[in-house]
Ligand binder design. Structure first.
Ligand code: PHE
Length: 339
């Protein structure tokens, strides 16, 4: 019987010595020392022994087991050291270098603010349709009361597409699309990218973001408009906002206004964001021109409405005190990772 033990120990020692890596060693360990391994098998042999032989045999099997266990531990240590040595002697692998940080994704500041604005309007019952960025000349200009020879076209330098369409220069084409799509009375906002063929500087980009808002109902007045704009700015800035109204000319509204908000960065005392004026031009708006209502398929004698075009890019810049609009579309991760 004790030859059987010697044989298995010899076999085990050879297998341990031959194991070339930690995985192979683990397999050997299971084969000999596992629950159903060869050493456990020896214990089963006890049944065939007499009561006097059993204690001595059991003792020998235990010694054999401990011998193999010690060898496995030693072999494992040797293999681990070898792996480590290989790693540190690799000229391309310097273990003293700092580790690589995990990369985290995040939301773009424009996305954050757009979602906030959408949430505010959704809670006030506005619908949020989506309209095309490649637009027809009709919806971008004609339907908005800007005929071909109208000087207002020059204020919105346009990227024309080869097929005669264009990249929308504002979100206002959605006004007419929404009137054609939804049954009045209704209120809607449509945020999105707009494009202008502009010389680029700290406050001008060829691609920027607006949110257009419209409300169509009976007997809408300038008082409704001003009140609504005030409420929405209070919501957006989460405080009582100070506003100022100036006449503004846009062919698709009558009367039209430029709505300025007292600079949130300096509180009106003057800073680089408001160009020392204390005011930021943020919200052109007005009552929708009867011609536009007509292009929307509605009767201006029955339906009236207001519209605004909120400068989303500018809003983001105010909120996060960003002084150069080019950061927004620049794609520089060092900038974006701050949000
Ligand atoms: N579409 C105009 C622009 O981009 C802004 C505007 C929208 C003005 C709605 C009045 C009403 O300049």
């Amino acid at each position: 019987m004790s030859e059987m033990i010697d044989e298995i120990v010899a076999e085990g020692m050879a297998a341990i010595a031959a194991a070339g890596d930690e995985r192979a060693l683990r397999d050997v360990e299971v084969e000999f020392l596992g629950k159903k391994g060869k050493v456990a098998g020896l214990m089963q042999e006890m049944r065939n022994l007499s009561a006097e032989e059993r204690p001595a045999f059991g003792k020998d099997v235990n010694i054999a087991k401990q011998t193999l266990e010690k060898l496995v531990v030693a072999a494992r240590r040797t293999l681990q050291t070898a792996t480590l040595l290989k790693e540190v002697s690799d000229p391309f692998d310097d273990p003293t270098l700092p580790g690589t940080a995990e990369l985290h994704g995040g939301l773009h500041p424009l996305t954050i603010v757009t979602e906030e604005v959408e949430e505010i309007f959704r809670s006030m019952g506005f619908i949020i349709p989506d309209y095309p960025e490649a637009e027809s000349e009709f919806f971008n200009f004609e339907a908005l009361n800007i005929p071909g020879d109208h000087p207002a076209r020059d204020t919105q330098d346009t990227f024309w597409l080869k097929d005669g369409n264009l990249l929308r220069t504002h979100t206002s084409p959605g006004q007419v699309r929404a009137m054609r799509e939804f049954k009045p009375p209704f209120k809607a906002i449509f945020p999105g990218k707009v494009y202008r063929y502009e010389a680029i500087d700290a406050s001008h980009e060829h691609t920027f973001h607006q949110v257009e808002g419209i409300l169509i109902d009976r007997d809408v007045s300038v008082a409704n408009l001003i009140h609504s704009m005030k409420v929405l700015l209070d919501e957006i800035f989460k405080r009582e906002s100070v506003i100022r109204l100036r006449p503004g000319y846009f062919p698709f509204v009558e009367p039209g206004f430029e709505l300025d908000i007292q600079c949130a960065v300096c509180g009106g005392s003057g800073c680089s964001v408001c160009k020392q004026s204390g005011w930021v031009e943020l919200l052109p708006c007005g009552l929708i021109h009867p011609n536009v209502i007509r292009h929307g398929g509605l009767d201006p004698a029955e339906w009236t409405g207001w519209a605004f075009g909120l400068g989303l890019s500018r809003l983001v810049m105010m909120k996060y005190q960003i002084n150069d609009i080019r950061h927004l579309m620049g794609g520089d991760l060092r900038f974006l990772e701050q949000f």
